[in-house]
Every structure is written in C-alpha cells, then in structure tokens.
Design a binder for this molecule. Sequence first.
Ligand SMILES: NC(=O)c1ccc[n+]([C@@H]2O[C@H](COP(=O)([O-])OP(=O)(O)OC[C@H]3O[C@@H](n4cnc5c(N)ncnc54)[C@H](O)[C@@H]3O)[C@@H](O)[C@H]2O)c1
Ligand SMILES: O=C(O)C(=O)C[C@]1(C(=O)O)C=C[C@@H](O)C=C1
Length: 381
Amino acid sequence: MSGEFSDFTDFSDFDEANPIRIAIFGVGLIGGSLALCFKGKPGVHVVGHSINAASTEKYVALGVVDSATTSLAEAAQDADFIFLCVPVGRLEEYVDELSKLPLKRGCIISDVGSTKASVVHHADKLGLRGAVFIGGHPMAGSERSGVEAASYYLLENAYYVLTPTAETPPEYVGKLERLLKHTRAHIVKTDAVQHDDIVGAISHLPHIVAVALVNQIAGYNESNELYMRLAAGGFRDITRIASSDPVIWRDILLNNRDVMLKLVRDWQGEMERFAALLEREDGEGIAEQFRSAGVFRSQLPERRKGMITSLFECYVDVPDHPGIIGKIATELGQAKINLSNLQIIESREDVPGIMRLSFKQADDLDRATALLKSLNYDVHM
Ligand SMILES: NC(=O)c1ccc[n+]([C@@H]2O[C@H](COP(=O)([O-])OP(=O)(O)OC[C@H]3O[C@@H](n4cnc5c(N)ncnc54)[C@H](O)[C@@H]3O)[C@@H](O)[C@H]2O)c1
Ligand SMILES: O=C(O)C(=O)C[C@]1(C(=O)O)C=C[C@@H](O)C=C1
C-alpha cells in the first residue's frame, strides 16, 4: 500500500504516573488480541464491553481484560482510548451511541474494521464532542473467531493501517501510534478509500475466491465423496480462509460492495483468460501465467504476518518413516525453540512428505531453519 510508514518507540505518555483507561467493545479475535497487548502494561486498565453478560464474565475469567461490563456508558466513561472491535455492520451504530455520551475530553476512538471508508466518513460528519475518531485496521487475523482465538502475538510484525483525515489533529495520531506500539505491529497511514480498494483486492477477493472454490468442490462431492478424500495440500492451503466467520465476512463484503463488484468482474475476466488458453491448448500461455504469478509472489515481503498466514512458517521435506515427527520435535525442543504447530501436509507411501512447522516468533523460525539445515534437512519457506 502506498502510504506513510512510521516507527515510534516513545512510551513516555503511559506509565503509573499517567494511568490510562482503554475500553474495548467486542472482545473477540481482534479485540481480545488488542486487549492482551495492553493488559498488564504499567498504568493501563483495560475494560471490555459485550452486550452479553456471560461474555463479560468470560473475558475476565480468561484474563483478557481487567474488568468488563454490559453497559456501554460505563465502559466508555473516563476512557482515554476506545476500540470498536465489533462486526463492520455494527460500527456506525457504536459511533452513534458514543457520540451521545459525555466522553473524556481528548478521548481517541478507533476501530479495527476491515473496511474504512464508511465508518471514517460517518464519524467525520457526526462530531464527537471533544473526542477524535481515527480509523484503524490491523492486517492480521485468522479464520478463527471469538475471544478464545485471541492472542498476544497475533498482531506482532503485521501492518496496522491507520486512516486519519486531513482534519485529524496529528498529536492524536501520534498518541494512538504510541499506544499501538504495544502490539508490535508496523503502522501504515493511508486514505480510507484507497485502503478499501487495496484491501478489497488482497484480502476480500481472496475470501470470495476461497469460498466459491470450496462450494464448487462441495457440489461435486455430493455425487462422489472421493473429491473430499483426495483433497490434499493445495486445496487446503488455498481454502483455509473459507472457514472464516460468516457474519464478519457478510458485513465486510456488503460494506465494500462497489469495490468488490469490480474485483469479482475482473476475476471473471481472469477465469475467462484461462478458459481461452485451455480451449486453444496454448501451453506456452498457461506456463507464462504461472511464470509471471511466481515472479510476483516471490517478491511478497517474507514472513510478514496477516495476509495469508498469521504465523512464521517453514516447510521441511521429510522421509516417510515412523518416528520422524517425534525426531524433529525433539531436536527443536532440545534447542529450546518454541514450536507452535506441526503438520504433515503431504504424506504418501514411499514418497517423501512435507512437514509444515509454525512458530509465533521470527527468531524461533530463524533458529529452527538453521538447526534443521545443519542436520541436513531440506528446509524451504
Ligand atoms: N478476522 C480477522 O481476520 C480480522 C482481521 C482484522 C480485522 N477484523 C475486523 O475486526 C472486527 C472483529 O472481527 P473478529 O474477527 O475479531 O470477530 P469476532 O467474532 O472474533 O469478534 C467480534 C466481537 O464482536 C461481538 N459482536 C458480534 N456481534 C455483535 C453485535 N451485533 N453487537 C455487538 N457486539 C457484537 C462479539 O461478541 C465479539 O466479541 C471486524 O470488524 C472485522 O472486520 C477481522
Ligand atoms: O489470515 C487470515 O485468516 C485473514 O483472513 C487475515 C485478513 C486477510 O485477509 O489478510 C482478514 C481480514 C482482515 O481484515 C485482515 C487480515
């Protein structure tokens, strides 16, 4: 995204002498992950809000927030920062409700919605009685949802987009950036409309493609269950995000409807191009499609979280013999390398398999790669 990148290191606004209160509305995957980054920091109190009393009890029991309430007014009272982490379709009504409350002067309201233009525009024309709205969107996530899926590590190294407008006072943007330093994400500032165009293409369209592909295969599978049984690494890799939350994605796609309609039509054009290549039996044309895609994909920034994977991962070619999983796990354990997941993604008799190793920290991935290479394993990213 062509935007302004910045890197703050100054936490001096926030310490025991200057306590701050952070309210999080919707403590799910993203709201819970933000809460985990802020909770326990000196002078910080994190309050969670849910419309459901059982959920507020769960937030506290899981240790994700310091306190929780079902009262919007109580959560917002005296808050220095408010994060709206509810589905995109609910964001504007939360901004409306907050605009009716006596918020603390200088309170910064932000959101984490996957679309930015509508909520930023709405807050802009509403006026927030001394509070300031700054749109936000962490470019990290997962197909999982709910507070149980929240993680302190989710946003680490991810890009975190902020969409201040020409009217947003820069000192408020700076204050939000300093707080977000606790997420260990990299801030990118851009315009809300540009955000929706680009994120529509690199995030929302892939979700549509994954869902349509799974549904296409599910249709074939109704008459022959071998489709599902044979679906292996490639199908799983490209369709992980098809398991994402239906309500979250319904809201995102409807909110970004105009952008998505153009992108879906362009996608149909890409499919037509492939169909024409196949009809003409144009092998060179097909190979060229793969070549150009491979060149572009190889230039993607490595090991950035968000986008497709939310973890640091590598692949190891492994011989298909008993005990290999335990052997690799033991080597990593003995070197005190924290493995977060291990999966055989391809395993056939007499053929080497591929093991996917996932780590929460870049450093663990680096050390694992070096160790396994030194043990003569073939490791690739
Ligand atoms: N899932 C991702 O990968 C991802 C990544 C970045 C941003 N986002 C954005 O973050 C926001 C939250 O998504 P999430 O993935 O954390 O979802 P989630 O389902 O894990 O969390 C949503 C939270 O909102 C609450 N909620 C749901 N419906 C509500 C309603 N009608 N009124 C009030 N509260 C309600 C839920 O109880 C939950 O606490 C969305 O706006 C989404 O676009 C998602
Ligand atoms: O990794 C995933 O599961 C995601 O879907 C993360 C993802 C993305 O598409 O990159 C999804 C939605 C967001 O708003 C930001 C990130």
